[in-house]
Design a protein around this ligand. Structure first.
Ligand code: 4AD
Ligand code: MG
Length: 479
């Protein structure tokens, strides 16, 4: 058996002076021909492995470059140096894999996030990305734990579908046609009958519609999977492939939905803070350094951990779309024409500058906006009695903007059919969605949390491309 190693995190936490141990990992730095900073990914804190002077041959020591993989066997000792409780004095060092210092792109210095994005296959080896991906993993676990503990059923919604749940026309086609030779019908249109599925198919933009089918039998369900949108958005908040969590609950109204979403967000933040203290401390520090590069007035008032604690400790502000428009319209910011899109009238879709103004300048905390004009929302949202709004809710987070989108669903068959007609959505194609309203319909609601935006919020990373291992965005599908 090869793997008799002790993980560095365990050595650092539990290792007792005198214990014999085997560690394996990658050399981060080697200084004074004596001190190896060893990292194995179990923590962002390196283990100091000491190669006593004169004990090892020069030929071996010369190979201890940044990036080299080694196995070290030795004794744990109390560390005489500052900064670590224990270290390992090596009896034996074996090179598992050399790394050519001249050619290795990662040097023991600070690299920009932009540069690291171009070598995303190697960026896991940096402290920042190792921390981000450990936190991402713990957050994913926390999400499952939250719902499973509440008795929700985890539903695997299909990745390939024949519908556009959001109706925004931003789907990626799925086909096995020979693109140079696509079959056409007698009108010159693409003949999807000849295609793999016998009809036009696409990657899912949301698992919501399928989640509704399951919720109206199982009660409470959630999905957690990848979703795909062909929006041509080159921003720090958009990906073409992102993960979404979509809970859907029978016998829920909009207020129940908001209560669940708020409790859910607070739970996962708290979980990350308690279960990833070292990574969170590291990321907080990283963000503080980044903030120092900004002009004074653009720096945030709170550190990362402080900000997250504040979110946990305070109620989210809940206001209607109409109230939000009033606040924005009457703001000095608007009067001084500082918005790129001025706020003049009820009915406009809110731009991210408006959302961020409400959250960062006006309320200074997360905000739940609800009851939006029906014209700017999807067909499935429940129509309110005023005849012009729907029971929608978006949660806006400081520094991110929209993090959650959700609604109470239209459970009344007549109203749903008339809305679909107004919006030109085919009843025939969505017969299954309508059947739910035909047989034992009930009030129900749900929401979607953008997983990467949540991870961004928790880790303080400014660009969404830095919180998913291999980001997909316009003109990029590397690795
Ligand atoms: O607001 P959206 O489009 O809502 C839905 O898809 C609903 N079906 C959800 C539901 O009610 N079950 O998307 C939900 C969330 C957004 O609030 C945002 O956090 C994230 O998904 N999101 C994206 N994240 C990264 N890149 C993109 N292109 C995103 N588009 C949406
Ligand atoms: Mg939305």
């Amino acid at each position: 058996m090869f793997n008799k190693r002790t993980e560095v995190a365990k050595v650092l936490n539990d290792g007792q002076p005198g214990e014999e141990m085997i560690v394996m990992g990658w050399v981060r730095t080697f200084r004074n021909n004596q001190f190896i900073a060893l990292n194995d990914g179990s923590t962002n804190i390196n283990l100091q492995v000491v190669a006593p002077l004169g004990k090892f041959e020069d030929a071996l020591l010369r190979r201890l470059n940044t990036g080299t993989a080694i196995r070290a066997t030795g004794k744990v000792v109390a560390s005489p140096g500052k900064g670590q409780r224990v270290e390992l004095v090596a009896d034996q060092i074996d090179i598992l894999g050399d790394s050519d210092a001249e050619k290795y792109p990662l040097q023991p210095k600070k690299h920009s996030l932009e540069f690291l994005r171009e070598i995303a296959h190697l960026r896991f080896r940096t402290n920042t990305f190792a921390s981000v991906f450990r936190v991402r993993s713990i957050v994913a676990y926390a999400i499952h734990k939250f719902f499973v503990d509440k008795g929700f059923v985890y539903l695997h919604a299909p990745i390939i579908t024949a519908s556009d749940a959001e109706g925004a026309g931003e789907t990626f086609h799925v086909t096995n046609f020979d693109l140079a030779n696509v079959p056409k019908d007698e009108h010159g249109k693409v003949d999807f009958k000849e295609d793999f599925f016998g009809r036009s198919a696409n990657l899912t933009v949301s698992g919501q519609l399928e989640a509704e089918l399951a919720a109206t039998a199982l009660g409470n369900v959630y999905t957690f999977g990848p979703t795909f949108r062909a929006e041509n958005s080159n921003t720090a908040r958009h990906l073409a492939e992102f993960w979404m969590i979509e809970p859907e609950m029978a016998f829920y109204d909009l207020e129940d939905n908001m209560d669940l979403a708020e409790a859910f967000i607070k739970y996962i933040i708290r979980y990350a803070l308690t279960h990833c203290p070292d990574d969170m401390a590291f990321l907080a520090n990283r963000l503080a350094e980044e903030e120092k590069q900004k002009p004074q007035q653009e720096r945030s008032e709170m550190g990362l951990v402080e900000k997250l604690q504040f979110v946990i400790d305070n109620n989210f502000e809940r206001i209607t779309y109409t109230e939000a428009i009033d606040i924005l319209k009457n703001s000095n910011h608007n009067k001084k024409k500082k918005f790129q899109y001025p706020v003049n009238e009820w009915g406009i879709d809110l731009q991210s500058e408006h959302e961020r103004y409400l959250v960062e300048k006006h309320f200074k905390k997360p905000v739940i906006l609800y009851n939006y004009p029906k014209e700017i929302k999807a067909f499935y949202m429940r129509q309110n009695e005023d005849g012009r709004t729907v029971a929608a809710m978006d949660i806006l987070a400081p520094g991110i903007g929209e993090i959650v989108g959700g609604s109470q669903r239209e459970e009344r068959l007549d109203q749903l059919q008339s809305r679909m007609k107004e919006m030109g959505i085919s009843e025939e194609e969505l017969f299954w969605y309508l059947d739910i309203r035909r047989f034992g319909t009930v009030p129900h609601a749900g929401f979607g949390l953008g997983f990467e935006r949540m991870v961004q919020f928790i880790t303080g990373m400014t660009n969404i491309r830095d919180v998913i291992p291999f980001p997909r965005y316009p003109k990029n599908v590397e690795f």
